[in-house]
Design a protein around this ligand. Structure first.
Ligand SMILES: Nc1ncnc2c1ncn2[C@@H]1O[C@H](COP(=O)(O)OP(=O)(O)OP(=O)(O)O)[C@@H](O)[C@H]1O
Length: 273
């Protein structure tokens, strides 16, 4: 574990149906760092994220949060320490958008004065660009609108949790999957500015251009294993892309020195092995 890491996963494994969905994964999430996790469908990204959030228990390895075993931390304190935007969020009840975002403050913000909680909800609705939807039924929203509301909810939980936890982690599992380009960039900019104030941020992404642009630390998974991690410019290359994503991509250098940039027009699917 690095000295400063907030969450440290060591040798993590998770087995289901007789196979290892995550195998021997070691990953630290450091304050002030945006870590982006990439890999093909079924690589184990969401499962690794669920291990690190405590949603599922590892069958091997250990997870420490500031040196304390994750499993020993009570749920209320965990909710203050980390906020999680899952890949899919379905609601069984006809909540309004306002109520969904308010859930973020309900769990962890009870110590805050009621007025502050109400202000917080409004601030997070505005930050995620969904203030004008506050009165709408969540289920009537488009997929992208729902995703932005979920982002507002996790922002709200993170902010409310700050009154209890000094060091926090934000987990975002494919948070831009349903968003248009403008909202994709807005959300990732916001995630990065949250990291800049000291939060450790972990984002699962499929867009490799955005991943290399926004990551301080890039993690590549394939078949349950972390096969590379480090600064984007030193982590991704043509050979790795070919091996992991089974496509032939020309990787050139972007205008920013050292930043890899993928040229989509030069994609060529490789024949199946
Ligand atoms: N509870 C489970 N029981 C059995 N298999 C599972 C379970 N959860 C996930 N899997 C399988 O484990 C593998 C990894 O799933 P996971 O959701 O972690 O992948 P991922 O990298 O997030 O994929 P994607 O990019 O498609 O979201 C997949 O093959 C999936 O079908």
């Amino acid at each position: 574990m690095s000295e400063t890491a907030i969450i440290s996963g060591q040798g993590l494994g998770y087995a289901a149906d007789g196979r290892m969905l995550v195998d021997d994964a070691t990953l630290d999430l450091a304050p002030g760092t945006t870590t982006i996790l990439i890999g093909p469908n079924g690589a184990g990204k969401s499962t690794l994220l669920k291990l690190l959030t405590g949603e599922v228990k590892p069958s091997a390895g250990s997870i420490l949060i500031d040196g304390e075993a994750l499993q020993a931390i009570p749920a209320w304190r965990l909710a203050c320490l980390r906020s999680v935007m899952a890949q899919h969020a379905r609601l069984a009840f006809p909540f309004s958008v306002y109520e969904v975002v308010h859930l973020g403050a309900d769990g962890v913000g009870r110590a805050l004065p009621r007025q502050r909680r109400e202000a917080l909800v409004a601030e997070c609705l505005a930050a995620a660009g969904v203030l004008d939807l506050a009165g709408r039924r969540y289920q009537t929203l488009s997929g992208g609108e729902q995703q932005r509301v979920q982002f507002a909810r996790v922002l709200c939980q993170l902010e409310a949790g700050r009154s209890v936890a000094g060091r926090q982690v934000l987990f975002l599992d494919e948070p831009i999957a349903s968003l248009d380009l403008c909202h994709q960039l807005a959300l990732l900019d916001m995630a990065r500015s949250i990291a800049a104030r000291g939060v450790a941020v972990l984002v699962v992404l499929h867009d490799l251009n955005l991943a290399v642009t926004y990551a301080d630390h890039l993690v590549v998974m394939d078949q349950g294993r972390i096969i590379a991690q480090g600064p984007p410019a030193k982590t991704l290359d043509d050979a790795l892309l070919r091996q992991v994503f089974k496509v032939d991509l020309s990787l050139s250098r972007a205008p920013a020195p050292g930043l890899p940039f993928l040229l989509p027009q030069q994609h060529r699917a490789l024949p199946a092995a």
